[in-house]
Design a protein around this ligand. Structure first.
Ligand code: FAD
Length: 433
């Protein structure tokens, strides 16, 4: 067991923990990072899209040796009913830039690479070690951690909880609540392997160009959730996720939903002939702004998924994790430079900095959206109405265009009536503000 005292202990080696440990070590603090997995990334599941901006602020030259799959030049948004897909697609050659904005990555490889940078900066990283408890003094101040290894507890001036979505350590110590099932999605993901040329011809790509597809509609069988297909070099990441409260209510299984998505006539041709090598399940915090727990206290801070920092609308999580990890570390380093104690009052600067950052501004903007998305018509009635409107519009059958327009408008009013349409529109507008 380690006897020495650390300036900071970081629990977890995902993007939040790595960003935090790296920044602390770069600023000369004595850092211990503990990860329960066999290696950083071994426990982690993600689609995965990496947003360059957040990583660039930590490691400006990351493109030189980070394990990147494809840079994204095209985004497709699918609204699906059982047989059809209404799509929006944006593809731009502008995304073929010198420093691309988004990449697909494979998290196990990426987290390992990131951790090497953390270690090179001087942090002590120990894997296969689960933090079992936060140690508090008589005044409730966090003064270290206990792990599943033998020995006493490890002391530190501050403990950063980068433990991911469950937030179990913080909850066990009575510092926060465990996230409610309504605020967490359960997602499953498979890796489908295909030859590089097949992926490039199926998705109309060349070189390292990539496509991401986000999908919603009747594929989730009335539950609040989305599905995705992301192109890697020689594989496709295919997944789907819905709120845990919806799984509990409906008795649906994540695997059943994934099969439903994969066998949809729009998805199946893209996956045909692939070899499935990995299957993984993980939770995603989706409660947004209103579900953010207490973020700091005497001797502790929360970063990343543990703080519910995920923007579910824009599918951003890893960038919020890295940004919160970096800002937490900058706050700690400033307090340390002033030789001040790691009190709740001093650490509260972390929250103030977050409030000024895109992280809180974005989450605040969508604070009403989780409630708006509880409307099941968004995942049942509307995709069907949209699909049948498209079909009416595109089918050439001797019916005049005015009659087609009238039929489309009538279909919306008879499905939801005027009051339903109005209340759905207002609720979505409130969610979007
Ligand atoms: C299917 C899926 C697809 C996603 N797609 C995207 C995407 O495309 N783009 C995107 O930006 N985000 C995506 N996300 C979200 C993204 O993965 C998370 O927001 C991000 O991983 C959060 O990072 P983190 O470091 O906070 O937590 P995590 O990555 O979960 O890391 C937490 C770490 O802490 C360790 N740990 C936990 N408890 C302990 C303990 N007691 N002791 C020691 N170690 C512990 C865990 O082993 C883990 O390594 C996706 C998530 C899922 C599930």
């Amino acid at each position: 067991m380690i006897e020495e005292r650390f300036d900071a202990i970081v629990v977890g080696a995902g993007p939040a923990g790595n960003a935090c440990a790296l920044t602390l070590a770069q600023r000369g603090l004595k850092v211990l990072q503990l990860e329960r997995g066999e290696y950083p990334g071994s426990k982690n599941v993600q689609g995965a899209i990496l947003y360059s901006d957040a990583l660039e602020q930590l490691i400006p030259d990351f493109r030189e040796d980070a394990p990147l799959e494809r840079h994204i030049i095209e985004q497709r948004l699918w609204m699906m009913d059982d047989r059809s897909t209404t799509a929006m697609q944006y593809r731009s050659d502008d995304f073929n830039e010198e420093k691309p904005n988004r990449y697909t990555i494979i998290r196990a490889q990426f987290d390992k690479w990131f951790s090497k940078r953390v270690q090179a900066a001087g942090a002590l990283v120990i894997c296969e070690t689960t933090v079992t408890e936060l140690v508090q003094d008589d005044n409730g101040r966090v003064i270290g951690v206990r792990t599943d290894r033998e020995g006493g507890f490890i002391k530190a001036d501050v403990v950063v909880l980068a433990e991911g979505v469950n937030g179990l350590l913080g909850a066990r110590a009575g510092l926060r609540e465990v996230p409610a099932p309504k605020t967490v999605a359960l997602a499953v993901k498979e890796m489908h392997f295909l030859p590089q040329e097949t992926i490039e011809s199926r998705f109309n790509l060349k070189g390292d160009e990539g496509v991401v597809i986000e999908a919603a509609g009747t594929i989730t069988n009335g539950m609040t959730g989305t599905a995705f297909i992301y192109t890697n070099k020689e594989s496709l990441a295919v997944g789907i996720g819905c709120l845990i409260s919806d799984f509990a209510e409906t008795g649906e299984t994540p695997y059943g939903l994934l099969e439903r998505f994969k066998s949809h006539p729009s998805a199946m041709p893209l996956l045909m002939g692939s070899e499935v090598k990995e299957y993984a399940a993980h939770m995603i915090p989706e409660g947004g702004y209103r579900a953010i727990p207490k973020l700091f206290g005497d001797g502790w801070l929360v970063v990343g998924d543990a703080g519910q920092f995920v923007n579910a609308v824009h599918r951003e999580g890893s960038n919020l994790a890295m940004t919160t990890g970096r800002i937490a570390a900058e706050t700690i380093a400033q307090i340390k430079t002033r030789r001040d104690p790691m009190t709740a009052e001093n650490l509260s600067v972390y929250k103030k900095k977050l409030d000024q950052s895109f992280v809180m501004k974005d989450l605040k903007k969508y604070k009403n959206l989780p409630h708006a998305l509880e409307n099941k018509h968004l995942f049942t009635t509307y995709p069907q109405l949209l699909s049948s409107a498209m079909q009416t519009w595109f089918r050439v059958d001797g019916v005049d265009k005015k009659a087609k327009e009238n039929a489309i408008v009538k279909s919306f009013f008879s499905a939801r009536r005027f009051t339903g349409l109005l209340s759905d529109a207002l609720s979505m507008a409130r969610g979007w503000r």
